[in-house]
Design a protein around this ligand. Structure first.
Ligand SMILES: [Ca+2]
Ligand SMILES: [Ca+2]
Length: 249
């Protein structure tokens, strides 16, 4: 029996779609794992870097970041695990540190962010700036724990996350954030600080809504109009905070 060209094409298209689907689900699980690694001093036009450790994992679905006895120094220009570029200096020592994706663990709706970070013996020295923000941090913690809660979705233009942590250690830190992690054209801008016993970072796609929420004890959100308020106000002045060229804009 000769199959009609139309049905053959339909079957090929169907197979292609299924292959793409399985590739997408696999790429979501891609894990960069290193064990007993030693990367000796590397010097080139981008700067210098060296790292070694017992175990380092990036990209797992439940534990996207885990380090066991790792030592990492970078100077110059580098790209981080999320594809962001930073320039400056970064030095990290981690006896044990992990991030647990609780939103994934408990099958929360996809837009929810709920991360728990835990570390023992963590030294952080950051003096760098990049496309996603800037960090000026010098901390040494015997133990640290932090929780991040909020939303992150290309379908939402008012995403907000807050990260609150506590630690037993010394040092200070300041951060500025301006990444657009969900590529929806609205940068998640914000500030962060580390002081003894407290670490705090706030990121928002709608700074005006966030500031009004903070100044009104969080009650205003239900009373405010939907959509990105900062953008609405900017539009009133003939301006826009949205990058229409972003891939999910
Ligand atoms: Ca968003
Ligand atoms: Ca965004």
């Amino acid at each position: 029996m000769v199959e009609s060209i139309d049905s053959l094409v339909a079957r090929i298209e169907d197979s292609k779609a299924r292959i793409q689907e399985s590739q997408n689900s696999l790429s979501g699980l891609r894990v960069d794992a290193k064990a007993y690694y030693f990367n000796p001093l590397e010097i080139d036009e981008r700067g210098f870097r060296f790292s070694f450790g017992i175990a380092s994992l990036r990209g797992g679905s439940l534990f996207p970041e885990t380090d066991a006895l790792t030592f990492d120094v970078k100077d110059g220009i580098w790209e981080d695990a999320n594809g962001n570029t930073r320039e400056g200096f970064s030095g990290n020592v981690r006896v044990i540190r992990t991030k647990w994706d609780l939103a994934n663990q408990f099958d929360l709706p996809e837009e929810n962010v709920l991360d728990l970070e835990m570390g023992i013996g963590v030294v952080t020295l950051e003096e760098n700036i990049g496309n996603d923000g800037l960090s000026l941090v010098g901390t040494a913690n015997l133990a640290e724990v932090a929780i991040t809660e909020g939303t992150r979705s290309a379908e939402i233009d008012t995403d907000e996350t807050i990260r609150v942590g506590t630690s037993l250690g010394v040092g200070r830190g300041a951060r500025m954030h301006w990444d657009d992690a969900d590529n929806d054209g609205f940068r998640e801008v914000g500030l962060g600080t580390d002081v003894p016993f407290l670490s705090l970072d706030v990121k928002t796609e709608d700074p005006l809504r966030t500031v009004m929420g903070i100044t009104n004890g969080g009650l205003s959100d239900a009373l405010l109009p939907e959509g990105n308020l900062t953008e609405s106000v900017a539009n009133g002045f003939g301006l826009s905070i949205k990058d229409e060229n972003a891939s999910n804009a």
